[in-house]
Design a protein around this ligand. Structure first.
Ligand code: ZN
Length: 221
């Protein structure tokens, strides 16, 4: 049976997807979360995600797609031997880019959601993302939405509530949703696996902190 008012959130326990989880809870009667493992170094991510989902009363499922790391071991999020790019190289993507990741995640999420009668999918990708990953772009999401519909002869709707928001505006949305403190203290964004405010020097921490500082200075005006 098709559930018209239900959504599946691609959920990693980070700032962005946690904000999306609560955005989904506001907009849909039923919300489920799916978390992907793909050989990322920080398995803690999954436990963080599980804890947040449980706290939010959201059914939580983990899918192992570690095949993706066998296909391309050159990503610093997966391979301990590779030093993480702290800046974006001039002529390519930083080695934190996992080729095809969002396509794989959303495709598996769609198959799983369909089996439960869920056709709304929510993902925290943003074009304002600092690295400009190709699979975070709106044009890719629209294209994949069409492809998923054609592939399964269904009418999926891919939601990207953060698409046009920079990190400061993601903090603002969390605040509007009443989960600013939860996002600040319980999420894991840091590439070095440190909860909340993180290690402070990896690209993800720098981005998160710059966004937070910017939002707080606006809010406190
Ligand atoms: Zn960090």
């Amino acid at each position: 049976m098709k559930k018209r008012n239900a959504a599946m959130v691609c959920f990693s326990g980070g700032q962005d997807s946690t904000t999306c989880l609560f955005w989904a809870k506001k907009h849909f009667a039923e919300v489920e979360a799916v978390c992907f493992t793909y050989g990322q170094k920080h398995a803690l991510e999954v436990e963080v995600a599980r804890r947040i989902a449980e706290g939010a009363n959201v059914p939580f499922q983990v899918l192992d797609v570690s095949l993706i790391s066998q296909l391309d071991p050159n990503c610093s999020l997966i391979n301990n031997q590779i030093k993480m790019d702290e800046e974006k190289p001039a002529d390519s993507y930083p080695n934190t880019f996992v080729p095809g990741r969002n396509m794989v995640f959303l495709t598996f999420a769609a198959i799983l959601a369909r089996s439960k009668g869920i056709y709304h999918l929510v993902t925290g990708v943003s074009e304002a993302d600092y690295s400009g990953y190709p699979d975070c772009r709106d044009t890719f999401i629209r294209s994949l939405n069409v492809t998923l519909n054609l592939a399964m002869d269904e009418q999926f709707v891919l939601h990207t509530p953060l698409m046009d928001r920079d990190k400061s505006e993601v903090w603002e949305l969390a605040d509007e949703l009443g989960v600013f403190d939860l996002v600040r203290t319980q999420t894991l964004t840091c590439y070095n696996g440190v909860l909340a405010d993180g290690c402070g020097h990896c690209p993800a921490c720098k981005l998160r902190k710059a966004g937070l500082d910017s939002y707080l200075s606006r809010r406190n005006k």
